[in-house]
Structures are given as C-alpha cells and as structure tokens.
Design a protein around this ligand. Structure first.
Ligand code: DQA
Length: 180
C-alpha cells in the first residue's frame, strides 16, 4: 500500500499511513521536509502548559507549513504514538529533503529510533519545546541527538521554525559537499 496523505482545511498536508519501503524506490524530493511529532504530542495545548505552552499540534503544523511556503519548501506532517511507526516515518524520510523531529520521551531512551535516524541520509533536526536540561534528570540525556544534524531545546514553538531553517541549511550543505 503506498503512503497515504490528507490535506486539512488549513492547508496542512499530513501522512495518514506510511509505507516505509516506498522511499527505497522513490526519487528523492529535496524540497519537501517532514515535520514529525512523537508520542503524546497530539495533546499539546492540553498538556502541561507550564512546559509546553498552549499552542496545539495543529497550530504548530500550520505555522511550519506557512514558514515552509515563505522559504520555498513544502511541508508534510505526521504524528504517532507508536515507536515502530515513528521509525517507519524516519525510513520514509529517506526520499525527502530532511526532517524536523520532536521525538518526545523517545529521545531519552529509544535506541531503535536512534538507529533509524542513523540509517537515514537526510538531515534530521531534533526539537524540544521545553528546556529538557532544566527538567527531571532522565530528560537531560538524548540518545537520538548525537545522530541528528542539530538539536534545539527550550525555544518554545519557535524551535520548530529554527528547526526547519536548520534542516534546509544542512540539506544544502550536504548537497554542496556531495557535488564537490
Ligand atoms: O514529550 C515530551 C516533549 C518534549 O520533547 C518537548 O517538546 O519539550 C520533551 C520530552 O522530554 C517530553 O517527553
């Protein structure tokens, strides 16, 4: 089954079902970036406002989609509460320009996600809304950040904008290095 998409009234394009193997045959689309949200992130706006503010995930997706337009790239969004599906979405991103990823709690312990990122050629930028270093000790470590192209934490939802800018930059650096 090919990867399936839907577009919301607000113009946000979302993956509703992923075929992780599709990226192996598909030509790379360097102008499309994946905004990938992890476990419990559908609750942003209703969850721990002190740490995460009141912006909903739908609003974050709209914001990044709009910024993508301004910067000349397309954004496709996905959110999952399942670790295996998160890894499959990373596999799929091999045919895209790069990824802005908030892995949520998986950042702190998922070696499966780390390996998926490591196996992915496209730049993945890790974003955390809260400052994970100012919180409980188990959040201080990210096992995924060392294989990411960059990591942002504590910038609030602005971190997603910066993450997109960083992913675009890293992608063009990578392409230039490949040409040289
Ligand atoms: O789910 C989340 C959200 C988070 O990734 C953030 O955006 O600040 C930080 C994680 O520790 C937490 O599990």
């Amino acid at each position: 089954m090919p990867t399936e998409f839907t577009t919301t009234d607000a113009g946000v394009r979302r993956i509703t079902k992923v075929d992780p193997n599709e990226a192996l045959d598909k030509p790379n689309d360097p102008k499309t970036f994946l905004l990938l949200s992890g476990v419990n992130h559908a609750l942003f706006g209703k969850r721990d406002a002190k740490q995460y503010g009141t912006t909903t995930l739908a609003q974050i997706e709209e914001r990044v989609t709009k910024l993508g337009k301004e910067l000349g790239v397309d954004i496709v969004c996905a959110q999952t509460d399942y670790e295996g599906e998160m890894c499959q979405l990373i596999h799929y991103s091999r045919c895209l320009g790069g990824v802005i990823m908030n892995p949520g709690a998986w950042a702190h312990y998922s070696y499966a996600l780390r390996d998926a990122i490591d196996a992915c050629d496209s730049p993945v930028v890790e974003v955390h809304i809260s400052n994970v270093h100012a919180r409980e000790e188990f959040r201080h470590k990210s096992v995924t950040a060392p294989v990411c192209a960059g990591m942002l934490s504590g910038c609030g939802v602005l971190g997603y904008d910066l993450g997109l800018r960083c992913a675009i930059e890293r992608r063009s650096e990578r392409d230039a290095a490949k040409k040289a």
